[in-house]
Write a protein that binds this ligand. Structure first.
Ligand code: DP6
Length: 339
């Protein structure tokens, strides 16, 4: 029996990944850049054993459906090939999310799974190899291997992974406030949303040109520790990503009236002299980027418009971490094979 455990934090893209050029390999159309955050994380234990007859996947103690397990199995197959191992696995994941607001993240989930398997099977993969592996589970997961800022370089199958963005620890001065917005509208997953946009949106070509420029701008902002430049390009990039969905066929949006109210609120707080900028992903929640020194004042201003329970404060999170288990990985895995 081979067992390993790992923790990964979620990340929020400041320059978004939006569109795949290879669906099967999960190769992106553009580079993206993110900040890893401490507020949400996943801890996963992977156990591989000869006596297991099939893969099983438990999330927060509940066994998941055949369909959900199938996705995990497809990812495990990649690991089994890498490790030359044919054992089935038991995957136990726990999502640490402050409230049940639909914030479960595929980024932290797949990164933690890659890390747990790496530990269980003693693969000793480098950060880049882990990132490349996590990418094949969910694109954004490749950035959660790192703490702080990470850039996913689009590359080819062999070279498409995230790398740490040097920042001289500037990320420690930053905060992100999540505004949780519950929305009854039917969700379009990020996977389906980006596919529809790539295939049908007349704005998509413009997005790609803009994203390349935004990436240059944000890297300069990080080098210069220029918060205004960082915030401006983060907000503008998110708006451009969301604009592409309006020109898709059929058109769709992740914005709810409450999202618009939150965006407006951020603009007003900014006009009152507190620097803050928003970003949004494939859902109605709004995330507010600010400097740590202003976080309490901004939280207070937001509390005038949103319930306390809707607001979650996050700071920079660390990279993928191996956690101790009772019976650790063997030195080699040459026995991990059916005869
Ligand atoms: C809007 O990584 O969830 O959050 O690769 O299909 O699993 P798949 O998609 P996913 O997409 C994330 C999209 C985004 C932007 C981002 O995180 O960069």
């Amino acid at each position: 029996m081979y067992k390993g455990k790992a923790r990964a934090y979620t990340n929020i893209a400041l320059i978004k990944y939006w569109g795949k050029r290879d669906e099967a390999l999960i190769l992106p159309m553009n580079n993206s850049l993110s900040l890893t955050l401490d507020a949400f994380y996943t801890e996963t234990t992977a156990t591989f054993a000869e006596e297991f007859t099939e893969d099983r996947f438990f999330l927060d103690g509940v066994q998941q459906s055949k369909a959900a397990t199938k996705k995990i199995s497809a990812f495990l197959d990649l690991i089994r090939t890498e490790a030359n191992c044919s054992f089935s696995a038991l995957i136990n994941s726990q999502n640490f999310v402050p409230t049940a607001a639909g914030l479960a993240s595929s980024a932290s989930g797949l990164a933690a799974l890659a890390g747990a398997c790496n530990e269980a099977l003693g693969l000793h993969l480098s950060s880049e190899e882990l990132s490349r592996l996590a990418r094949k589970g969910s694109g954004s997961a490749c950035r959660s291997i790192y703490g702080g800022f990470a850039e996913w370089q689009q590359g080819t199958d062999a070279t498409s992974y995230a790398v740490q963005v040097p920042s001289d620890h500037w990320e420690n001065d930053l905060s992100m406030i999540f505004i949780l917005i519950n929305d009854q509208a039917k969700e379009v997953s990020s996977r389906d949303g980006m596919r529809r946009t790539v295939e049908t949106s007349s704005f998509y070509a413009g997005w790609l040109t803009a994203a390349a420029k935004d990436l240059v701008t944000i890297k300069q902002a990080i080098t210069d520790k220029d918060f205004t430049a960082l915030g401006k390009v983060t907000e503008a990039n998110a708006l451009k990503m969301h604009a592409t969905t309006l020109a898709a066929q059929p058109p769709f949006t992740y914005w709810s009236p409450e999202s618009l109210r939150a965006m407006d609120c951020v603009r007003q707080i900014r006009q009152q002299g507190l620097p803050c900028y928003f970003t949004m992903d494939a859902g109605p929640n709004v995330k507010v980027l600010c400097q740590k020194r202003d976080e309490q004042a901004i939280l207070q201003a937001l509390q005038a418009n949103f319930a306390k329970e809707q607001l979650i404060l996050a700071h920079v999170g660390s990279g993928l971490t191996a956690l101790p288990v009772n019976n650790p990985a063997p030195k080699t895995i040459k026995e991990c094979r059916h005869v």
